[in-house]
Design a protein around this ligand. Structure first.
Ligand SMILES: [Zn+2]
Length: 173
């Protein structure tokens, strides 16, 4: 069977709660750091209206790049602010509903940030992402770089993530 392939990109960034332009509230300082649906133990959290899972947001944007239907922004704001849904897995799952015949075959994620050290958590994050989108952990690649202090991410103010998604659908022609 012949397939049509597409590769799409998504990006997102969030600021750490201890690097806001104002003092963080106790509630903010208690936020967990969620990356790809996995909670990184004893790490400073990221700020945002939702759970601020910067990997799932980049992935959601990559899915939108495939479907042409944007979820982060108007639709996620509505889910978050009006329905109280702060779990970013719900935004991603909402984006996946628009996939039609498209089937995700691979996801590649890059993280830029000075902290925390993520090497020990790469495999749990791959497993978590794979489970959420229904592919195998071997089809999820994650790299992390400190960025050598060249950007605000590399200086430890927040995290930036890029995600490239590859999908295929049967080519009926
Ligand atoms: Zn975000």
């Amino acid at each position: 069977m012949a397939f049509e392939y597409r590769s799409t990109i998504g990006q997102d960034s969030h600021r750490f709660v201890d690097r806001l332009n104002r003092p963080a509230t106790a509630e903010e300082l208690a936020r967990p750091l969620l990356l790809g649906g996995f909670e990184i133990p004893s790490a400073v959290g990221l700020s945002g209206n939702s759970d601020a899972d910067v990997i799932l947001h980049a992935l959601t944007n990559a899915v939108s790049g495939l479907t042409g239907i944007n979820i982060l922004g108007k639709i996620s704001d509505q889910m978050c602010l009006e329905e109280g849904i702060t779990d970013s897995r719900a935004y991603l799952k909402r984006a996946l509903q628009d996939m039609g015949d498209w089937q995700i075959t691979h996801v590649s994620v890059t993280i830029e940030g000075k902290r925390p050290h993520l090497s020990a958590w790469i495999d749990p994050m791959r497993k978590s992402i794979a489970q959420i989108i229904g592919i195998e952990p071997r089809d999820v690649g994650i790299t992390a770089t400190t960025g050598e202090g060249l950007t605000d991410f590399g200086r430890g103010d927040g995290l930036q993530v890029f995600c490239i998604l590859t999908a295929r659908r049967p080519d009926n022609e």
